[in-house]
Write a protein that binds this ligand. Structure first.
Ligand SMILES: NC(=O)c1ccc[n+]([C@@H]2O[C@H](COP(=O)([O-])OP(=O)(O)OC[C@H]3O[C@@H](n4cnc5c(N)ncnc54)[C@H](O)[C@@H]3O)[C@@H](O)[C@H]2O)c1
Length: 288
């Protein structure tokens, strides 16, 4: 007898038996979270917020890391990682909105770290403003940073992951701005909504090829940058107002830290999340 999926019922039974047996032999959570021997690319890995947080938490779990950033400040982050962890750390100063930049990143990762096992599409941000007052150049620059960069990196990395026998994991950094219209970031929000949709769709296409694709959505992040904004309210009145408005909507009335968010990135990138495909997890302290 055939099931609706076209599989014979006996084949379905055999699949279930194999899955159950594999489940019983599954390693413990601590081992599953161990990323030793994996090569992770973090785009925007030189950033003071989530980029640095992801780099730190991935290296802490034993991953070799490649930090790709348009700013040469990425070297400072790399130096701090090398001091703290005994893992290879490679930096590439490149613009990942360009094909050339992305090719450089993938080449260096394969040459120096041996494979591309994890991709964290972290580059993004900016984009507040009134749409009709923004020039098309400004609008397209927001799209480049918040959508095109992730598309280019995912396209290049997924091809490598599919071709290598070990597959891989992609974690996209979206934002609660994708579905909260009060944040005043229309183009940014639209790009992040596209990232969430891309995540779900690519997860479907790549699951059978050994590649998992998932997303996280941070809300407001507490970082050195946001502290500096709050310490100089006269210099950044709009940002102060935006931060205050967003914190009022967080259930806990406090922003999440880069480390809290990066720990979820680590989980989704690791074998602990082997059964998770195409999700978008909000890590924002609970949005009211
Ligand atoms: N900061 C927040 O409150 C917040 C909230 C929700 C979502 N996010 C998302 O989290 C991610 C990280 O944001 P963050 O504020 O922590 O920034 P971050 O501190 O991680 O810094 C981003 C880094 O990206 C680099 N970068 C920018 N454009 C680049 C390019 N074209 N090529 C290579 N590198 C480039 C910058 O130089 C910077 O170092 C973004 O995708 C952002 O949209 C942030």
């Amino acid at each position: 007898m055939d099931s609706d999926s076209g599989m014979t019922v006996s084949a379905l039974g055999a699949t279930f038996r194999e899955v159950v047996e594999n489940g019983r032999g599954r390693a413990g959570l601590v081992q599953l979270l161990d990323l030793s021997g994996r090569a992770a690319i973090i785009t925007g890995g030189g950033g003071p917020g989530l980029g640095r947080g992801c780099a730190d938490r991935l290296a802490r779990q034993g991953a070799s890391v490649l930090l790709a950033d348009v700013s040469d400040q990425v070297e400072d982050v790399a130096m701090a990682l090398r001091r703290s962890y005994d893992v290879p750390v490679v930096t590439v100063v490149a613009d990942v909105t360009s094909d050339h930049g992305v090719q450089q990143v993938m080449l260096r990762c394969r040459e120096e770290l041996g494979s591309v096992d994890i991709l964290v599409n972290n580059v993004g941000g900016g984009g507040s403003g009134v749409f009709v007052e923004q020039s098309m150049e400004e609008v397209l620059a927001i799209v480049d940073r918040n959508l095109v960069a992730a598309l280019r990196c995912t396209h290049a990395a997924a091809r490598i992951m599919v071709a290598q026998s070990t597959g891989g994991a992609i974690v996209n950094v979206a934002s609660t701005g994708a579905y909260l219209a009060w944040t005043g970031t229309p183009i940014y929000g639209a790009c992040k909504a596209a990232i969430i949709s891309l995540t779900a769709n690519l997860a479907q296409q790549l699951a059978g090829k050994g590649v998992r694709v998932n997303a996280i959505s941070p809300g407001t992040l507490a970082s050195d940058r946001s502290i500096s904004v709050l310490e100089h309210p006269d210099q950044y009145p709009e940002y102060v107002e935006a931060i205050a408005r967003s914190v009022e909507r967080i259930i806990t009335r406090r922003p999440a830290t880069a480390e809290e968010i990066a720990d979820v990135v680590v989980f989704l990138a690791s074998d602990a999340a082997s059964g998770i495909h195409g999700v978008n997890w909000e890590v924002a302290g609970g949005m009211a």
